[in-house]
Design a protein around this ligand. Structure first.
Ligand SMILES: Nc1ncnc2c1ncn2[C@@H]1O[C@H](COP(=O)(O)OP(=O)(O)OP(=O)(O)O)[C@@H](O)[C@H]1O
Ligand code: SF4
Ligand SMILES: [Mg+2]
Length: 341
């Protein structure tokens, strides 16, 4: 990868965020005396209007738990989520209204669709739940068209098994769009699809951002996918965001050793892939110091020692990043080289 330019040259846009996590924590109590799993362990994250943010990290790092918490589906242990500056409602009608404005799109379209419901019913379901008083048929038709299923009427009476995987995911997206949300949270939206249709679904999300001003949080373990779709990337490791910034910046000049390791295994990467040492992360055993230190290639190679930060790496935890739009990194070594701690 290229050498790192100084940090902080990308100014924050100053636009008020639509959705914000503020020092959000979600812990799951361990069964039969096992330690608590700190699945989300202090996350600040902003999503601004019309912005696509990719949340990236390996399996088990807390992406889905964070996404569900942003939707009000998992209560935070501490911290809070705000939408349009107001705290998320926790119960009743207000929460239902919130879930209309922020829609979840899941990984596996087959699992999200009832096999006995037609496409029409699948898309109309949200309208019925929310007591939509307008022209249901027109709304369903419009949503299917926006999701790229045209002419929409041709799909009304089909069942999920009569569709391709890509078409099924479009139906799921239409079911979200029909409620005219301001933000979509898509959890691994293309992971179960063939490579050939992944690009089409990602292009659809981009088009919806451009045409409708829709914001999106796209959860993925694939940094390559983030490259194709995101305005901004947040890299998560063991319940924390460890690096965030505009996509171009983060992918061409990554600061955090974990981001560098993730990028090094992409097919288009130059140089040797970084093999991470140690055990896969376990949220019931968050290490002291930098939570990545037991696996960090920069610490293992002696580079952190040479920069005079190895002791800090092992003993001093890093502050929660502020979640804004500028480039930020949680790493003692990156800070010693001119980044922000
Ligand atoms: N309901 C739960 N009860 C206990 N532990 C949970 C629960 N949900 C998630 N976890 C744990 O929290 C951690 C984070 O899980 P999460 O599903 O958020 O990860 P993820 O990043 O989405 O992973 P993947 O990429 O595999 O989907 C994991 O260790 C998981 O086992
Ligand atoms: S703080 Fe130290 S151990 Fe952690 S990622 Fe940076 S260099 Fe590696
Ligand atoms: Mg997940």
């Amino acid at each position: 990868m290229s050498t790192s330019p100084p940090l902080g040259t990308v100014p924050p846009t100053g636009t008020a965020p639509l959705l914000s996590a503020e020092t959000l924590k979600v812990a799951f109590p361990g069964r039969r005396g096992a330690a608590t799993a700190r699945a989300v362990d202090g996350v600040d994250l902003d999503i601004r209007p019309g912005e696509i943010v990719a949340l990236v990290g390996e399996s088990g790092c807390g992406k889905t738990t964070l996404a569900r918490s942003l939707l009000g589906l998992v209560p935070p242990t501490s911290g809070r989520v705000t939408f349009g500056g107001a705290p998320l409602p926790s119960t009743g009608r207000a929460l239902k209204a919130y879930r209309k404005r922020v829609q979840l799109v899941l990984q596996d379209p087959s699992g999200s669709l009832n096999p006995r419901h037609t496409v029409y019913d699948a898309v109309a379901e949200g309208l019925r739940i929310h007591g939509y008083a307008g022209d249901e048929r027109a709304a369903v038709s419009g949503a299917l068209s926006r999701a790229g299923l045209r002419p929409a009427e041709r799909f009304f009476l089909r069942f999920p098994h009569e569709l391709s995987g890509g078409q099924r995911q479009r139906v799921v997206i239409a079911g979200a769009l029909v409620l005219e949300p301001e933000l979509i949270v898509a959890d691994e939206p293309v992971a179960s699809l063939d490579a050939s249709v992944r690009g089409e679904i990602l292009a659809l999300l981009l088009r919806l951002r451009d045409e409708l001003g829709l914001s999106a949080l796209v959860v993925t373990h694939d940094l390559g996918l983030a490259w194709n779709i995101a305005d901004r990337v947040a890299v998560m490791y063991l319940g924390r965001i460890v690096e965030t910034g505009p996509v171009e910046r983060l992918l061409t000049a990554p600061q955090h050793p974990y981001t560098r390791a993730l990028l090094s295994v992409l097919p288009e990467a130059e140089g040797e892939p970084v093999v991470l040492a140690g055990e896969p992360p376990d949220p019931s055993k968050v290490p002291s110091g930098c939570r990545f230190h037991a696996r960090c290639q920069v610490l293992a190679s002696g580079e952190a020692e040479r920069a005079g930060v190895a002791e800090e790496c092992r003993t001093v935890d890093l502050p929660v990043l502020n979640g804004g739009g500028d480039t930020q990194v949680a790493c003692h070594w990156a800070a010693a080289r001119g980044g922000t701690p």
